[in-house]
Design a protein around this ligand. Structure first.
Ligand code: FDA
Length: 307
């Protein structure tokens, strides 16, 4: 119930305006977002690299409606790519297609994204396309497939185990050697397209993960769930899959203890590192995943106020 409310609020313009004007919300966002500037992102990326982790940098923003905003978002990614190269960061980028103009039109989207892919190819940096709500699933997969057919192969997709279609999508991606990040899924979806019960989402995660580890191309196992992580560890040990053939991925600020533990155990760990001022929907989705985050943040803010 609280989860659904937070996910609805993540799409509300009124709630966005209220929250983003509240000073405490900026402090709350810093728990999950590296900061508002590219320098903040680079500082956080360097620290994670020093701790033995790679990063994927997300310039926050989504559901962009004007061409000017979508172009500006792509420009910001060009700067991120340049800074990854000049600052010597071990990392890549994660891009949301609705930020690049997916809802504006296919030609515009293609031209805008191509600018990023060209620069990324020059600098030898991998580009991951995040997956958004289920209305965008097929258009996103089609778009990435068309880029692949044009010859852009240093790109990858994200699949969500809450979607009923995901195992088939994982099999198609594996057949193409397209890199997949597997996560559970973070949007409010109807039961016609997504499993309503967590146990089915988890079971689908494990089955799809095994498929990707066995037949896929360098999958990203993106989860903070110890049960999923233990299942991955057991499967790779049983199948003799080397740790260089996949990576674990987690979100910035979430289960930092587990991130460090996995590095210590010799696994590859990539941290999803968001930055920018459009943090509102991202933060709300993190609250929806774990309502305790909401209480933790409100509690800390109240504590700060008292002192
Ligand atoms: P689950 O939600 O079952 O949580 C398991 C445990 O993990 C919890 O009990 C808690 O301990 C911890 N945990 C999980 N979320 C937490 C949080 N926010 N704060 C604190 N603890 C938390 N989604 C999507 O739809 N499209 C995408 O492109 C991406 N991309 C992406 C990249 C990466 C690197 C990650 C890790 C995740 C995503 N996601 C995503 C988000 C994903 O779909 C999912 O919502 C979250 O990862 C939470 O799911 P878990 O697998 O962690 O399990």
């Amino acid at each position: 119930m609280l989860k659904q409310t937070m996910l609805c609020l993540s799409e509300s313009r009124t709630a966005r305006a209220l929250v983003t004007h509240a000073p405490f919300a900026h402090r709350a966002a810093r728990r999950f977002v590296a900061g508002e500037t590219i320098d903040d992102a680079m500082r956080a990326a360097r620290a994670l690299n020093q701790a033995g982790m790679t990063v994927t940098i997300d310039n926050l923003g989504e559901s962009v409606e004007s061409e000017a905003d979508a172009r500006a978002a792509a420009d910001a990614y060009l700067e991120v790519l340049d800074r990854i190269a000049t600052d010597g960061i071990d990392g890549n980028i994660s891009v949301k297609l609705t930020q690049m103009g997916q809802d504006i039109g296919p030609e515009f989207l293609h031209d805008n994204v191509r600018r990023i892919l060209e620069r990324a190819a020059e600098l030898d940096i991998f580009v991951r396309f995040d997956m958004e709500d289920s209305e965008h699933t097929q258009p996103t997969l089609d778009f990435v497939a068309s880029l692949w057919d044009e010859g852009y192969e240093e790109i990858g997709i994200v699949l969500q185990s809450y979607l009923r279609r995901t195992r088939d999508d994982a099999a198609s991606a594996s057949a193409r050697s397209l890199r997949v990040r597997l996560c559970k899924g973070a949007y409010a979806e109807p039961p016609t397209v997504a499993f309503p019960d967590k146990k089915d989402v988890d079971a689908n995660y494990v089955e799809t993960m095994k498929l990707l580890l066995r037949d896929g191309h360098y999958p990203g196992i993106a989860t903070h769930d110890p049960k999923m992580i233990d299942a991955a560890k057991a499967f790779v040990a049983e199948q003799g899959i080397d740790t260089s053939r996949f990576e674990f991925q987690m979100l910035y600020g979430v289960r930092r203890d587990l991130q460090r533990q996995l590095v210590k155990e010799g696994y590859r760990m990539r941290v999803y590192l968001p930055f920018g001022d459009a943090w509102y929907p991202y933060l709300m989705r993190r609250m929806a995943e774990r309502p305790a985050n909401l209480f933790f943040i409100v509690g800390n803010v109240l504590k700060e106020r008292r002192h």
